[in-house]
Ligand binder design. Structure first.
Ligand code: SAH
Length: 230
């Protein structure tokens, strides 16, 4: 079973973009996951393939029309498609590692990328789009947000990361940020690698890492320690 991603966007040429390189690119080439980017404008209206219009009630910017976006969804996603349909949106549920794991364990995702002021509310309801945010800031479009969702999912797919275990101890798993890493040289600009890491005592190393992990989380993200979101 592979992870199947369909992107609906006004800029399909942005894909695969960075997802075509490195870990995700290798996995794409090996068929561990697949990516299809479709242009919403193919379903635009009239000679100019219009996709947007002015907001009802007035105000700045343009809104993607519900009929156009629904036509794009319907042309690319069958009714019995088991994949969740996401809409990238700053109003959405915040993307977390827990949600990424859920997505990565499933059949893939259909991801709608907004532009301009966003999309007509009615298509969100009518097509059951799940709004997902990558953070509390506003981007100019959903494409890079979609890439972030996919990058986070793809690295968790079986056989993508070198070592299966390397996904387990990472930041946000068990609500902790990761401990510090070191590698050669043993001393650099007067800074040694902490002795315990060179001791060969695995119990001690594990304890040091757990304590560092807790210290860093307490200092930088105390909210994670009390968080129920994961
Ligand atoms: N007027 C909207 C912002 C539109 S930004 C508002 O205030 O909520 C244009 C598009 O960029 C959005 O439709 C969405 O698809 C994408 N986008 C912007 N910020 C995002 C974020 N933090 N997470 C996910 N998608 C985002």
């Amino acid at each position: 079973m592979s992870f199947d991603a369909t992107i609906l966007t006004l800029y399909p040429d942005m894909f695969p973009g960075p997802l075509g390189l490195s870990l995700s690119g290798d996995a794409l080439a090996r068929g561990v996951w697949s990516l299809t980017a479709r242009n919403i404008r193919d379903h635009g209206l009239g000679r100019h393939r219009t996709v947007d219009d002015t907001p009802a009630g007035g105000g700045p910017g343009m809104v993607i029309r519900c009929d156009v976006l629904a036509a794009a969804i319907d042309a690319n996603v069958s009714e019995d498609d088991p994949r969740p349909k996401l809409l990238m949106s700053p109003r959405g549920k915040p993307l977390t590692q827990t949600y990424v794991r859920e997505l990565a364990a499933g059949p893939g995702a259909v991801i709608v990328c907004g532009r301009f002021e966003g999309v007509d509310e009615r298509v969100i309801e009518a097509r059951g789009l799940e709004e997902v945010s990558i953070g509390d800031y506003v981007l100019s479009g959903g494409e890079m947000a979609a890439m972030i969702v996919l990058d986070a999912c793809v690295r968790l797919l079986p056989g993508v990361m070198g070592k299966e275990a390397s996904g387990i101890e990472e930041s946000f798993e068990s609500n902790r940020l990761e401990y510090p890493h070191y590698t050669r040289p043993r001393e650099w600009e007067g800074r040694p690698i902490p002795d315990v890491l060179l001791s060969g005592n695995h119990a001690l190393i594990e304890r040091w890492r757990r304590e560092e992990s807790e210290r860093i989380t307490r200092e930088r993200r105390p909210d994670l320690l009390t968080s129920e979101r994961d």
